[in-house]
Ligand binder design. Sequence first.
Ligand SMILES: Nc1ncnc2c1ncn2[C@@H]1O[C@H](COP(=O)(O)OP(=O)(O)O)[C@@H](O)[C@H]1O
Ligand SMILES: [Mg+2]
Length: 458
Amino acid sequence: MTLTQHPDPAQAVVSKTDLENLHKAWNSLPPTADEAVVSTIFVKALLEALGFGESERYPEFNTGAGGDAVDFAARKNTLDDIFLHTRQNPFLLVEVKGQNINLADGSPANQTTQAQLRKYLLSPKCKTAKWGIITNSTYIQLFRRHGKVVVPATANLRIEQDNLNKIVTEIKHKIENTPRALSVCVYNNKGGVGKTTTIINLAAILRKHEKKVLVVDFDSQSDTTRSLKLGTGKLSLSECLTNPHVDARAAIVPFTVEAKGKTIHFFDVIPSDSKMEEYTKESMAVRIEKGVARLRDILKPFHYEYDYILIDCPTQWLFFSQSGVYASDVVLIPTKHNGLTSLHNAARVIGQFIPEIQQERKDGAPIALPIFFNGEKVTDNARHIADSEIGKIIAQNKELLPYFYPKARRGNFDKTIFQIPAYASVANAAFAHVPAVFVNKVVSDHYDRLAKEYFLHG
Ligand SMILES: Nc1ncnc2c1ncn2[C@@H]1O[C@H](COP(=O)(O)OP(=O)(O)O)[C@@H](O)[C@H]1O
Ligand SMILES: [Mg+2]
């Protein structure tokens, strides 16, 4: 295990000239600037301010998906690779709209533009792109791509005269300190749906893909810690919570397996400990400095050291789960199709709990990933009942549709929901203290599909 200290990312600096030019550009925009005007006046000055000079940006960049072109792509030059000439390996994409397009949160144009950016970020010639911006010069929002996942990295910000400096500095700071990790909380406020099982097997399968994984057991019941047969490290997670001055690295314990006389290191774990039980009482939890935001702070340095940070939480929507969701970029939601309450609980997580945390975070994250069915045999009848229940859920809140039927399109109401079936070896793995994916090929293939469906970009 090699952990290098990542320096606290220095605040980005945007030069005074760049800021002045950006203000000039923004102020000179006519009241209803169309896309071409926003591009040539505002976005050029924006890219300049973000550190991309004239030969480091390219307009109408071909994404490699059919004839699709994104309005701008940008990347820093190296000595022998001038982006304007080679037009390869973009780092940042910008999708521009005119001021007549309403990009306010929740507007239809905002949603279609997000979908457009997402598609570009996942296109063949944009595999190296880590960041995407959507702007019409009235609104601006930054997104980050990690594997298949595209997550907001700022809120959808309304540009004003007096916040333009702050916005551009914040965006520059973020793109100059690209995190390595995606943090994933596995959560459904229904017990027994397979949260812990998913964490352990997902960690194991990501390791098979040579990803460096950190598992955080943020459940005082310690199911993850126990099923991997681990104990507390040099430092306990509860000490990390209560003492802001400790180095959380000392809480990491490696999960290893002995095979053929060798010790194989699979992934790292921050185990839970018995003292965490105290914080299940709200009266104790409120004593933790920064409350539910504390776990995110503890895990921050690890965002530059791991590929994935997987956070296991208990069922109740209290301190631990709120902290886990707060600390994550995305929330993965296992459900049961025959336990209809788990579908309704999933709807609450997506429609209520995650938005509550987004309100506090103020950077647009975390976001929900589409639900999946875990650990049951799906009979036609059971599926029919589940679909009818999902129909009711969506009728009440149309915004939930893509989280239940992610493949549904206009004109093709595809109701596919991802599934991990029930396997005895999954259920027994907790007693064997080895993730099921390491012992059973069929199970391994299922979790491989899960990792590819949600996370890994081929
Ligand atoms: N795909 C599966 N096949 C068989 N059993 C499963 C599967 N997923 C979970 N289980 C079993 O269901 C039970 C609850 O799973 P668990 O992961 O502990 O749920 P949670 O963390 O949501 O409470 C455990 O006994 C687990 O072994
Ligand atoms: Mg659990």
